[in-house]
Design a protein around this ligand. Structure first.
Ligand code: MN
Length: 461
């Protein structure tokens, strides 16, 4: 990361940094792609432990890494941001995109497999959960171009249905699906590349939803976040460019009017999503670096890796929206237990009576698929679940501080939802009544800076 800006050349550089900081451990013992890799990713996510690198994957020569994004700490490390500055710095990157630069060749094409030589099943794709419909690529960034809308980069799940066939599952209104549909309506395929293993900033940027046009390019957002353009290389068999230092690239095209059975899959809500018909990618080439590293992203019951990946981009955009409604907003947090989608905690510095009620209305109506929102005063650390619960326990009377909104639009992956992503919204005003006397909080001077003596078994670590 030269020059102090966020500039990882590739995944490997970030893995080296994680290792130096004790944030990556290498598993030398043999692991099976069936459940064992995903079990490791889930366990370390639950413990908020290190990222993992599996060097010895049974039946495969390619090592697998994962759980890179399992903790907020590592996502911030990838972005070179802190808990204090990430909202402003992330928005700066989002709002000042730097278009990528194209180069003729890149390390991602050191090995090129086409025709009978290509087989996506030869990649160490994990079997994530027992009821899954097949092997899934979960850590691939899908990149495509549209004649009108420009480039798009996003992560979708891809089930492997053959040597050269994948499915892609889309939530409603995802940009890549809109690209694919508009081509399909003309009876045409859409070229798409699925790149696996790259500069982590690109993966994080793929989780943003910039407006369309030049600013709609998530790879330009990655440039904005890095402070330098992302370097892309032209694919061998399709009209798409991919990050030059990607570890593995699957080139292909969405076949018009072709569907295949997809799922079930252990989704980020923590439940299996049922199988359905999904669009199909026909793979035209697999390119890779010499000695590539495969990256998986853990999914499933929170806290899984996927929850760590989506939180920060979402919080930055949500903060910007909410700040316009509540100028005295302090912080927002999509909590992992809320699947980083259904629950948001918001802290405000109250300057009006009943202000929290407006914040609740804005949060539920913001289009972020929020189902439950809790609003607290700015003395509460909303990254600390104990503090949020304490505010609810001591500043809420349910008959007057809880607001229920029947039948609003929610997320598509909530198993308790009513028809068609319809849910009931709830807001909890856990702020102290504005302008009224309230019991004084116990604060012991020196607590924050008190230096605890180091325990014996921690010495020399
Ligand atoms: Mn997009």
């Amino acid at each position: 990361m030269p020059g102090g800006s966020t500039m990882w050349n590739d995944l490997r550089e970030f893995l080296d940094c994680l290792e130096r900081q004790g944030e990556l451990v290498t598993a030398e013992r043999q692991v099976d792609t069936k459940y064992e890799i995903s079990a490791g990713l889930q366990r370390t996510s639950e413990l908020q432990g290190p990222a993992l690198l599996f060097r010895n994957v049974k039946g495969y020569k390619i090592p697998v890494t994962g759980a890179i994004f399992s903790t907020r700490k590592r996502v911030l490390l990838a972005l070179d941001m802190t808990r204090e500055n990430y909202v402003q710095r992330f928005l700066k990157g989002l709002e000042n995109p730097i278009p990528p630069k194209i180069s003729e060749s890149g390390p991602c094409q050191e090995v090129v497999l086409t025709g009978d030589d290509l087989d996506v099943r030869k990649l160490p794709n994990p079997f994530h959960a027992p009821r899954d419909g097949g092997l899934y690529i979960t850590g691939g960034v899908a990149i495509a171009k549209h004649p009108e809308y420009g480039r798009n980069a996003s992560i979708h799940r891809h089930m492997i249905i053959g040597r050269n066939k994948l499915t892609s599952l889309f939530a409603p209104q995802r940009h890549l699906d809109i690209y694919r549909r508009t081509m399909e309506e003309k009876g045409k395929p859409l070229d798409v590349a699925v790149a696996i293993g790259m500069d982590p900033v690109i993966v994080i940027a793929s989780q943003t939803t910039p407006p369309r046009g030049i600013y709609g390019d998530e790879l330009a957002v990655a440039g904005g976040l890095r402070g330098e353009p992302v370097e892309l290389t032209k694919c061998k068999t399709i009209d798409v460019e991919v990050p030059s230092t990607s570890e593995i690239v699957i080139e292909g095209r969405f076949l018009p009017n072709v569907r295949a059975e997809e799922g079930p899959f252990g989704e980020a809500a923590g439940y299996y999503g049922s199988g359905e018909e999904a669009p199909v990618i026909e793979v035209t080439a697999i390119t890779m670096r010499r000695n590539p590293i495969y990256q998986a992203i853990g999914s499933g019951k929170p806290p899984a890796e996927i929850h760590g990946l989506v939180a920060i981009p979402k919080e930055a955009s949500f903060y910007k929206h909410m700040k316009q409604i509540c100028p005295t907003l302090k912080a927002v947090h999509f909590t992992p237990g809320g699947t980083t989608q259904h629950h948001v905690a918001v802290s405000i510095n109250q300057i009006h009576k009943h202000q929290a009620k407006n914040v609740i209305l804005a949060a539920l109506g913001a289009g972020f698929m929020v189902k439950h929102v809790v609003v607290v005063d700015d003395d509460i650390d909303i990254y600390n679940p104990t503090e949020i619960e304490w505010a609810i326990a001591t500043r809420v009377q349910a008959d007057s501080d809880v607001y229920i909104f029947p039948n609003i639009i929610g997320g598509p992956v909530d198993p308790s939802r009513k028809d068609n992503a319809i849910v009931s919204g709830m807001g909890i005003d856990a702020t102290r009544p504005y302008g009224e006397h309230f019991a004084e909080v116990v604060e012991i001077p020196g607590t924050k800076d008190f230096e605890l003596p180091i325990a014996k078994n921690e010495r020399g670590r």
